[in-house]
Design a protein around this ligand. Structure first.
Ligand code: ARG
Length: 458
C-alpha cells in the first residue's frame, strides 16, 4: 500500500504490531456502509464515473455477503479492516477498486466506522437499560408496602419499603439511559470527507455521505474529526457510571442472598452451585457484574490515558482505541442482561425483611420526632431520651413498641400512650410522606410515573 518509496518490506514484528485486523474486523459492517456511501457520492458528483460507482457498489455488496456467511479473513499484511475490504474489492472488480479511495483517507474512514459502531452501542445500552427499568418498576410495584430495614453505614437506620429501595435503582438507571442518549446525540456528526487531516480538493458532498450514513450532519473541522475520540470516551464514561450503579446493586444482592441476611433467593437460572458444598447457592452472576465494573472503568481509564498526550491530528496510538470500547460494550451488555434477570426473577423473603427491620430499633427516630412534635422537646434532648429507651429495649431483648408505657414514662414523664401509634415499623414508613419519601403512597406514585415514562400502562 505504501511500497512505492520503500526498498524493504516490514519485518514480522512490524507486521504484527501494526495489525489491527484481529479486532477491527468487528467494524466490517460500518466499513462497508461507509464505503458504499462514499462511492455513491463520488459517482453523483462525477468524481468517478457512474459505471465505476456501480461496479464498486456491487463489489462491496458481494463482500458483505461473504463476510456474513464466512466471517472476515485475518491477514496481518493487510493491516486493518479498511485494507482488507479494499484488497478483496480489487480481487473482485479489478483496478476500478482503486478509485474508491479518492478524496478520503483511512483516518476519516476509521473515525467514521468507529463512530457508527459506538452510536449503535449507545442504542443497545439504552434498550437494555429500559428493560432493567421495567423490571425494577414492576418489582417495586409488587413490594410498595413491604417493610425492610433501611441502612446507613450498613447499620439498621430507619424502616423503608422494598419498593422504595428498588425505585432508587430505577432513578439511577433512568439517568444512566439519559447519559447514553446525550452521548449519542453529541457524536451524531460524520467525519467522512475530512480525509487524512486537512479535507480534500475533490468536490465531495459531505452532507450527502453524512445523511446516507444516518448522521445529523458532517463534522465541522477536519483536524478535530480525524483525531478526537471523545465520542468513545463519552460512551465509556456513560458505561462506567452505569456499571458502577449495577455493581452497587450486585453487591446488595450478594449481601441479601447470604444466609445471615436471607432477604432474597436469586433465580436458579442465575445462580451456581458448589462442587463440594451442596448447601450453597452462589450469586456468581451478581459477583461478576461487580467484577465487570472494574474492567469497564479500566477501559475508560485506558482510553483517557492513551489520548492525553497526542498532538493533532491522527497518531497510530489511536488504533488502540477499539479494544477497550469493544470489551466494555460486551461486558456492559452481559451485566445489564444478568441484572435485569436477577431483578425480574428473584424471590424476596418479606417476612425476614420485616423481622430485621423490627429487630433493629429502626423506629427510634420516630420516637424522637414524636417527643419533638407532641411534647415540645428540643431534638437533641429527644435524641438522648430515645437513646435511653433503646438501651432498655436492648436489655429486655424486645422491640421499642413492646416496652410498657410505665417503662417509657420512667425514662421521661412527657411520654404518653399516643406514642405507640408511631413506634411500629408500619407507622414509621407510612409517616414518611415527603416528596421522594418511602411511604407506600409515595412509592406507588413513583412507580406510576415510571410506568408512564416507560409506556407500561397500555
Ligand atoms: N488501523 C488504523 C486505526 O485503526 C486505521 C487508520 C490508519 N491510518 C494511518 N494513517 N495509518 O487507527
Amino acid at each position: 500500500m505504501w511500497g512505492g518509496r520503500f526498498s524493504a518490506g516490514p519485518s514480522a514484528v512490524m507486521r504484527e504490531i501494526n495489525a489491527s485486523i484481529p479486532f477491527d474486523k468487528a467494524l466490517w459492517r460500518e466499513d462497508i456502509a461507509g464505503s458504499r456511501a462514499h462511492a455513491a457520492m463520488l459517482g453523483a458528483r462525477g468524481i468517478i464515473s457512474a459505471e465505476d460507482a456501480a461496479a464498486i457498489d456491487a463489489g462491496l455488496v458481494r463482500i458483505a455477503e461473504e463476510y456474513e456467511a464466512h466471517g472476515v479473513p485475518e491477514a496481518w499484511d493487510l493491516e486493518d479492516i479498511h485494507m482488507t475490504v479494499e484488497h478483496r474489492l480489487a480481487e473482485l472488480i479489478g483496478p476500478v477498486a482503486g478509485r474508491l479511495h479518492t478524496g478520503r483517507s483511512r483516518n476519516d474512514q476509521v473515525a467514521t466506522d468507529f463512530r457508527l459502531w459506538v452510536k449503535n452501542a449507545c442504542q443497545v445500552a439504552e434498550k437494555a437499560l429500559e428493560n432493567l427499568q421495567r423490571a425494577l418498576a414492576t418489582r417495586a410495584d409488587e413490594y410498595a408496602e413491604t417493610i425492610m430495614p433501611g441502612f446507613t453505614h450498613l447499620q439498621i437506620a430507619q424502616p423503608v419499603t422494598l419498593g422504595h429501595h428498588l425505585m432508587a435503582y430505577y432513578e439511577m438507571a433512568r439517568r444512566d439511559r439519559d447519559r447514553f442518549v446525550a452521548a449519542r446525540a453529541r457524536m451524531d456528526e460524520c467525519p467522512l470527507g475530512s480525509a487524512a487531516l486537512a479535507g480534500t480538493g475533490f468536490p465531495i458532498d459531505r452532507n450527502a455521505t453524512a445523511a446516507a450514513l444516518g448522521f445529523a450532519g458532517p463534522t465541522a473541522n477536519s483536524l478535530d474529526a480525524v483525531s478526537d475520540r471523545d465520542f468513545a470516551l463519552d460512551y465509556l464514561s456513560a458505561a462506567a457510571q452505569c456499571a458502577l450503579h449495577l455493581s452497587r446493586l450486585a453487591e446488595e444482592l450478594v449481601l441479601w442472598a447470604s444466609q445471615p441476611f436471607g432477604f432474597v433467593r436469586l433465580p436458579d437460572a442465575l445462580s451456581t452451585g458448589s462442587s463440594i458444598m451442596p448447601q450453597k447457592r452462589n450469586p456468581d452472576a451478581a459477583e461478576l457484574v461487580r467484577g465487570h465494573c472494574g474492567r469497564i472503568v479500566g477501559a475508560l481509564v485506558s482510553l483517557m490515558v492513551m489520548m492525553k498526550g497526542l498532538p493533532l491530528a491522527y497518531s497510530k496510538d489511536m488504533q488502540d482505541d477499539k479494544p477497550p470500547v469493544f470489551e466494555a460494550a460486551g461486558l456492559l451488555e452481559l451485566s445489564l442482561a444478568a441484572m435485569t434477570g436477577m431483578i425480574a426473577d428473584s424471590s424476596f423473603d418479606t417476612a425476614r425483611m420485616r423481622a430485621a427491620a423490627e429487630a433493629g430499633f429502626a423506629t427510634a427516630t420516630d420516637l424522637a420526632d414524636w417527643l419533638v412534635r407532641e411534647a415540645g422537646v428540643p431534638f437533641r434532648e429527644a435524641h438522648h431520651i430515645t437513646g435511653a429507651a433503646v438501651k432498655l429495649a436492648e436489655a429486655r431483648g424486645c422491640a421499642l413498641d413492646a416496652l410498657q408505657l410505665e417503662d417509657l414514662r420512667a425514662i421521661d414523664a412527657r411520654i404518653d400512650g399516643r406514642v405507640f401509634a408511631v413506634l411500629s415499623v408500619d407507622a414509621s414508613v407510612a409517616a414518611r410522606l415527603s416528596y421522594g419519601g418511602t411511604a407506600p403512597v409515595r412509592v406507588r406514585e413513583a412507580v406510576a410515573k415510571a410506568r408512564a415514562e416507560l409506556d407500561m400502562n397500555q
